[in-house]
Design a protein around this ligand. Structure first.
Ligand code: ATP
Length: 354
């Protein structure tokens, strides 16, 4: 078991707070993503789990044992640095054996372990090559191998694919996910790329401004964002926000926006004042009828779908519709929203109403 529990963890650097009281649980064997914009505190969180930074307050547990203040060497957690953190003058075998020999492992055991890891990673044929001359992908595999040979309880990865170009990055992310599925080791992975997080992660923590905004499965975060920040950060194009003064009528599953009734997924008690109607581009239907209308100002063809940008009485809005749907710039068109998928937010707090 390698369950990691983060409980009320806070990190200050002098008078700057990099991570405010954060709590979440990383399940045994999960591929777990720490997602958020630059500077939000994800690397600091990862480094605290690995022991490279110590929390100012709060607790971290690995396998039920508190490790918050232990040095990295006593945590049995491997940290995979961004690519290329290898010894360039040594060959692949030496790069892989170094951590084992420094642990005092016997030569024959080292060889057996490296043979096993090389087989898992498919790098048996490059063990004698110096890492300086390897391709990006092979270097990435060797960097992973360096972490794997130690048989750690969990892996920490900080944007390991950050330096790769888009196509190769996608290939390596698939390979990494497949490797994880074979080995089943708990992995915590930092990224600022929401698509990468959605595609690779079993669970995601979304951070912003040193705070955990939401924690859950990718689909739940996408379908039920807890805040406007999360709704905006996840998904492309992002969720549309229609801001209005209104209230959910007593006993009704609709909200009144400038005299029009718009559906909401369920009855929401006490929803009134400045509200935001959040609807994803793929949940908007364009029709000739309908009294809520927008004027098309741009169309973007994407092959199977197209993105239609419109102005509406409540702001600009993007809809994703089938590519075959006719839509001309300048046209005024009726808009239908799929009420079951809508999220209603309180504007001043940015929090979703449940
Ligand atoms: P990025 O993707 O840019 O690395 P991040 O979300 O990983 O962003 P962190 O690296 O955790 O963010 O940094 C969070 C904040 O803490 C940043 O403002 C950073 O400047 C600050 N910070 C990180 N380490 C230190 C340090 N050792 N001393 C002072 N401030 C730090």
């Amino acid at each position: 078991m390698a369950e990691i529990i983060i409980k009320n963890v806070r990190k200050e650097f002098g008078d700057f707070t990099a991570v405010k009281e954060s709590s979440f649980t990383i399940g045994d064997g999960e591929f777990f993503m720490l997602l958020g914009p630059s500077g939000c505190g994800k690397t600091t969180t990862l480094r605290m789990i690995a022991g490279l930074e110590l929390p100012t307050s709060g607790e971290i547990y690995l396998d039920g044992e508190e490790i918050s203040q232990k040095p990295p060497s006593q945590r049995d957690i491997a940290f995979v640095f961004q690519m290329f953190a290898l010894y360039p003058h040594m060959n692949v075998y030496k790069n892989l054996s170094y951590p084992l020999i420094s642990q005092g492992m016997k030569r024959a055991a080292v060889k057996a372990k490296i043979d096993e890891v090389a087989r898992i990673l498919g790098i048996e044929n490059i063990l004698k090559k110096p890492v300086g001359g390897l391709s990006g992908g092979d270097r990435q595999r060797v960097a992973l191998g360096r972490a794997i040979v130690r048989d750690p309880k969990a892996f920490m990865m900080d944007e390991p694919l950050g330096a790769l170009d888009a196509e190769f990055r996608e290939h390596m992310s698939e390979e990494l996910r497949a490797l994880h599925d074979r080995m089943g080791a708990t992995t915590v992975y930092v990224t600022h790329d929401q698509l990468e997080a959605m595609q690779m992660g079993d669970k995601i923590v979304v951070m912003n401004n040193a705070v955990v905004e939401q924690f859950g499965k990718p689909q739940d975060i996408y379908d039920m964002p807890a805040t406007m920040f999360v709704a905006d950060f996840i998904g492309s194009p992002s969720m549309n926000f229609l801001s209005f003064e209104g209230q959910v009528a007593e006993g009704a599953q609709s909200v009144e926006m400038d005299g029009r009734k718009l559906g909401v997924p369920r009855q929401m008690q006490g929803a009134s004042g400045r509200l935001v109607y959040g609807v994803r581009p793929e949940h908007i239907e364009l029709s000739d009828s309908g009294d809520y209308r927008g004027e098309i100002i741009a169309t973007e063809y994407l092959g199977t779908t197209q993105i239609i940008t419109m102005t509406t009485p409540n702001g600009e809005l993007k809809a994703r519709v089938p590519a075959g749907k006719s839509a001309r710039v300048g046209e005024k068109i009726g808009l239908g929203f799929d009420a079951a998928t809508v999220t209603l937010f309180e504007e001043n707090t940015g929090r979703a109403l449940r």
